[in-house]
Design a protein around this ligand. Structure first.
Ligand SMILES: Cc1cc2nc3c(=O)[nH]c(=O)nc-3n(C[C@H](O)[C@H](O)[C@H](O)COP(=O)(O)OP(=O)(O)OC[C@H]3O[C@@H](n4cnc5c(N)ncnc54)[C@H](O)[C@@H]3O)c2cc1C
Length: 509
């Protein structure tokens, strides 16, 4: 029996969140889709692992853009629309900030959030609320404009605050509120989830992030992030998508400036009119296009011009006591010895000691995540790849353990308990793990950094010019929206939409 059909409408490289979102949307429109995944499981970084018979979340802290059942946001709505039924659990708080002179737990809801900041920094309520409302209006504009592009005069008329703030960094806009420094510190912790210091982070991105997380709160799937991938893959197959695992795509076949298929590591040549790549553009343009002479010169300039965003170092632990017995009281703790994000960003270039940590205790959102009497705790930092590229194979184990030990010691001090005495299972994930496991370029988890000159708004404007090989689209954290699992879903949908638009244009000819 033949393994593959003679021809597909679309081949998707990578069965993670972005690729599976593309596949679902294309299958929903009746297209014939093949997904090729190099791993033996779907999900990529959205995964879990089993240690000592217990399943543990490998990565996810929190998903944005889900919303409640009655009031879905775009990612939650997409899952519902596609018939992917995820058992979402709401995360109980926004975050606990442990910063110099501040120990504050903040909850979602703009007024609640402003009130709680005001309790820690008296006099800041109305300014914080005003800022949150500004974020909300910008968030609404971004959502509307990404679906209904409009003329510049109309945009000026209807989306004044979006237009007024689009050219400024988060720092520049926040500074206009003249808030006390400590209040600004409490407004900054999520910066790490978009990987740019506030001075470089476009306000538009900050606004969307804050409006979404603080307005609706965040969610996690009951069966860990892998629940999303497994259910998406199952639904895609039910809709007719062919998914093949352990099939690495080595080459994307191109002739006369357009794709016509792929070749796998097994040697299968498979044909399609469109290819959606979950592999990073850096990898595609430097080693996957066949023949290499079909790589446009502009493609190399393009990937060189972009700055890769952050990678991850995470210590995932199963502990032998309930959280309360270990002094762990919050779901999510951002801790650091400063909230100067420029300083912290510089610090992420090295190999530690890392000064800004994110600690997640899954029990508080998902009490059944681990057996009774135990705690699921992860401590994460999101370094830049630069430092890790200097680590030799001989030094890797030592460096990895030193960094993990420092992070465990720091959080042990914070909780007032020696976590080392309570570890039942421990897994240390490094940038190399991410690189090896998901094939992510330099172990990147967020694609390319959002900067003033290169972020979603600029990328929306240049989207057509960036399509350098006919029929080739990219879907992954490295695509237009960047940053994380929710945006990966959005990126997958956008790639599928581009393909559907191109197909419609072809049909008109
Ligand atoms: C420790 C950690 C914590 C995180 N926490 C959060 C969080 O709390 N919230 C959040 O939103 N995000 C979080 N992220 C980031 C998030 O996981 C990623 O941004 C997102 O999952 C990326 O999804 P993706 O679809 O782009 O692809 P990836 O997950 O990178 O997967 C790419 C897929 O393509 C496959 N592939 C690659 N090349 C080929 C090839 N040549 N042939 C076939 N298959 C190929 C890979 O095997 C993989 O399945 C975290 C990441 C880490 C590491």
């Amino acid at each position: 029996m033949k393994y593959y059909k003679d021809h597909y409408d679309v081949i998707v490289i990578g069965g993670a969140l972005a690729g599976l979102s593309s596949a679902l949307m294309l299958a929903d429109k009746g297209k014939d889709v093949l997904v090729l995944e190099r791993h033996n499981l779907p999900g990529g970084i959205a995964t879990s692992f089993v240690r000592g018979g217990i399943e543990m979340e490998a990565t996810l802290h929190e998903m944005m853009s889900i919303g409640s059942k009655k009031n879905r946001l775009k990612v939650g709505q997409f899952f519902d629309d596609m018939g992917v039924d995820i058992d979402w659990l709401k995360v109980p708080e926004a975050y606990h900030a442990s910063l110099p002179g501040l120990e504050v737990t903040l909850h979602p809801g703009y007024k609640t959030f402003a009130r709680e900041i005001d309790a820690a920094v008296p006099g800041s309520y109305s300014k914080v609320l005003h800022l949150m409302h500004l974020c909300y209006r910008v968030f609404n504009s971004v959502n509307e404009l990404s679906i209904h592009p409009m003329s510049k005069p109309m945009m000026l008329l209807k989306h004044t605050e979006f237009v007024k703030t689009a050219g400024y960094s988060a720092k520049e806009v926040i500074d206009t509120f003249e808030l006390p420094e400590k209040a600004v510190d409490l407004l900054a912790p999520y910066w790490i989830y978009v990987g740019s210091p506030l001075s470089e982070l476009p306000f538009t991105i900050y606004a969307v992030l804050m409006a979404d997380y603080i307005g609706w709160g965040s969610y996690v799937p009951r069966k860990f992030s892998h629940e999303m991938a497994l259910k998406m893959a199952e639904r895609a197959e039910a809709m007719g998508v062919q998914i093949e695992y352990r099939q690495e795509v080595e080459k994307i076949l191109v002739a006369n400036g357009g794709v016509y298929g792929v070749r796998t590591a097994r040697g299968d040549e498979i044909h399609a009119d469109y290819v959606i790549s979950g592999a990073y553009p850096n990898k595609v343009y430097t080693s996957m296009i066949e023949p290499a002479s079909e790589v446009p010169e502009k493609a190399i300039r393009q990937v060189n011009a972009r700055r890769l965003s952050l990678t991850a170092f995470s210590v995932v632990m199963l502990l032998d006591r309930e959280p309360e017995e270990l002094g762990i009281r919050d779901y999510s703790i951002f801790s650091g010895d400063t909230m100067d994000t420029d300083e912290l960003y510089e610090d992420l270039t090295g190999l530690g000691p890392y000064r800004y940590l994110t600690t997640i205790c899954l029990n508080y959102a998902n009490p059944d995540a681990v057996p009774k009497g135990m705690t699921s705790l992860s401590i994460t930092t999101l370094p830049r790849a630069d430092g890790w590229k200097t680590v030799s194979a001989e030094d890797y184990d030592r460096v990895k353990h030193e960094v993990a030990k420092q992070m465990i010691d720091d959080m042990s001090k914070y909780f007032g308990v020696n976590l080392l005495d309570h570890i039942v299972e421990i897994v240390i994930e490094t940038p190399m793990t991410v690189n090896r496991y998901a094939g992510a370029w330099n172990g990147g988890i967020y694609g390319y950094t959002h900067r003033m000159e290169d972020h979603i708004i600029a990328r929306l404007q240049t989207g057509d010019e960036e399509r350098l090989i006919r029929g080739l689209e990219f879907a992954g954290a490295h695509a237009i929206s960047g940053n994380g699992m929710g945006p990966a879903v959005t990126n997958g949908r956008k790639a599928a939409k581009n393909v559907l638009d191109a197909m419609a244009k072809e049909a008109e000819k």
